[in-house]
Every structure is written in C-alpha cells, then in structure tokens.
Design a protein around this ligand. Structure first.
Ligand SMILES: NC(=O)c1ccc[n+]([C@@H]2O[C@H](COP(=O)([O-])OP(=O)(O)OC[C@H]3O[C@@H](n4cnc5c(N)ncnc54)[C@H](OP(=O)(O)O)[C@@H]3O)[C@@H](O)[C@H]2O)c1
Length: 277
C-alpha cells in the first residue's frame, strides 16, 4: 500500500513524499520512501557527496551494499546531514558469498556506517542460486534483536520467496530486482502484491531503451526528461525506485517528479515496453 508522509523534523524542511508500507519487527509496519538514491559505483568520496546532496534535496532513502564498499561514506553522510536518524531510510545488503557469516557481516556494515541499526537488510543474491532458509533465519534473528527494522531479499524468484515463507513463516518485506519500463511484467507485480512483498527496482535507466517512443513522447508532452518519466512511472505503479547519480543536478532532477502525472494511456504505453522484450 502506498501513501504520502509528512516529514516533521524540527529545523528541517517539511516535505511530503510517497511511501510504501512494509512489514517490520513484531508485526509493525514502517514507511519506505518510494524514491531512494542508488549508490553502486559511487566511490572515492562520490558516495558521501551524492548522499549529502540527495538528503539536502529531499530524498529520505539511500541504498547501499557491503559489495559497494561505500557504507562508510553513506553512513557518514546520513550522520552529517543533521536529519534525525528515524527520518532517513537506509538499506544495505549482504553478499551471497557471506552466507554462514550473517551476523558478522551485519556488524561490519553497522560499524562501517556508524549506525546503530539499518532500516532494511537484504540478501543481495540467492546464495549459490538457492533460497537458503537457514540464511533467512539469521536475518529474522537480526530483526528480532533490533539491529534492522525490516528484512528482505534481492534478485529472488517468487518460488524462492515462497520457499522462505514456507520454511520460516516470515515473508521478505521487499524483493529488490532489476526493473524498469523495458522489464515491466504485470503478473510479476501481482505476484509480489499478493504476498505482501514490496517490489523495489534496480537499474531503472540502464534496463530501459531511453529512446523508446512512449518515453520520449511523454517527456515532450510534460516538458520533462525521459529519466523523470521513468521515475514517475515507478511511483505511479507504487514500485520503489533507486536511481543512481553522482551529479547534483541529476540527483535533483530525478527527484523532481511530483508536479506532473502520467495519464492512464501514457502508463499503458510505457508498460507495453515490457511486452516488446
Ligand atoms: N540488488 C542488486 O543486485 C542491484 C544491482 C544493481 C544496482 N542496484 C542498486 O540500484 C541502483 C540503481 O541502479 P544502477 O546504478 O545500476 O543504474 P541506473 O540508476 O539505472 O543508472 C545509473 C546511470 O545513469 C546515469 N544517470 C542518472 N541520472 C541521470 C539523468 N537524470 N540523466 C542522465 N543520466 C543519468 C548515472 O550517471 P551519473 O552518476 O554520472 O549521473 C549512471 O551512469 C544502484 O546504484 C544500486 O544502489 C542493485
């Protein structure tokens, strides 16, 4: 379920942005902003600058991973932003090769980021291509122990998600998968929704033909960029999107999608890019 939230933080700008409600510890729900900043390949100080810029612009969600080797920069930027910790949603991911060393990996992530908890911790890829309920049990324990507020998976199939649920009784809150107009699949959207799993997309731009007519035509009609059309399309579908940029103007423009709306016809035409794969 998606909605908007007001960010009331003394001394900070007040803003409203769309969120999806995801399952947290002990049946609680938490708000995950639909737009986050991706940080893969942001390194050498770029990630710190990009996250500071994004939080300044209005983003309240950042995506990192152990594998990106920038959790230290992401965490420092969150701490230095002046925002209350509870107002920023931070995701990191455990590499599949660290299966069996879950708690140590999480402790290293927290130490690197200088944070007491994460908002979302994901299994980055199915370890060895398998669902691995034993790994998932360790994620559940980390949530119970308060080190993470929500847990999920990335690059899992629906069958693998069902395997985790059947084995443990706990369904991943989120599945982060490669997604964009060029990969749209209504049945996959429905399968996630039926299970209460929030769909989060990665590589929104790289996964799509940016010259596709339905995108360029919508961009021209609304006086925006193709990238803004793509972000807006995710938000109107209620799908979490984490565009990466290390350039402040692009970080700003990727977030500047709240004063236009794609029509039902435009949404249908963009969806059709997925069927032409
Ligand atoms: N779970 C997984 O397995 C997985 C895999 C891949 C990615 N991810 C996550 O998803 C995030 C996004 O995916 P991604 O980084 O692969 O690809 P992406 O967000 O689709 O594209 C990023 C590229 O687009 C450029 N760009 C960004 N905004 C732009 C704009 N407004 N106009 C023109 N170019 C623009 C960026 O360049 P500049 O930086 O120069 O602007 C960068 O080269 C990652 O950063 C990561 O957090 C997760």
């Amino acid at each position: 379920m998606t909605s908007s939230t007001d960010d009331r933080n003394d001394g900070q700008p007040t803003m409203s942005q769309p969120v999806v409600s995801i399952s947290g510890t002990d049946g609680t729900q938490l708000d995950m902003p639909l737009i986050g900043l991706g940080t893969w390949e942001s390194s050498g100080g770029q990630a710190y600058r990009a996250v500071r810029d994004a939080l300044d612009i209005g983003y309240r969600h950042v995506d990192t991973a152990t594998y990106y080797a920038n959790e230290d920069q992401v965490g420092a930027a969150v701490r230095d932003s002046g925002l209350a910790r509870e107002d920023v949603f931070v995701t990191t991911k455990m590499p599949q090769g660290n299966a069996g060393r879950e708690r140590k990996t999480l402790e290293e992530s927290l130490r690197a980021a200088g944070l007491e908890h994460l908002d979302l911790w994901l299994i980055h890829w199915p370890p060895g291509g398998q669902a691995r309920p034993d790994v998932w049990e360790e994620f559940i324990k980390a949530r119970t122990d308060g080190l993470v507020r929500a847990i999920g998976v990335s690059n899992y199939s629906i069958a693998q998600i069902d395997e985790l649920t059947a084995a443990t009784g706990v369904t991943p809150a989120v599945n982060q998968i490669k997604w964009g107009p060029g990969l749209f699949d209504a049945s996959l959207v429905a399968a996630h929704a039926e299970r209460g799993v929030a769909l989060e997309g990665w590589s929104p731009f790289k996964s799509t033909d940016l010259a596709a007519l339905s995108l360029t035509a919508a961009a021209r009609r609304h006086g925006v960029t193709v990238q803004q059309v793509i972000i807006r399309w995710h938000v109107q579908h209620g799908v979490v999107v984490i565009p990466k940029s290390s350039q402040r103007e692009r970080i700003a423009s990727n977030f500047d999608i709240f004063d236009f709306e794609l029509s039902a016809d435009e949404m249908r035409d963009v969806d059709a890019l997925g069927r032409s794969r």
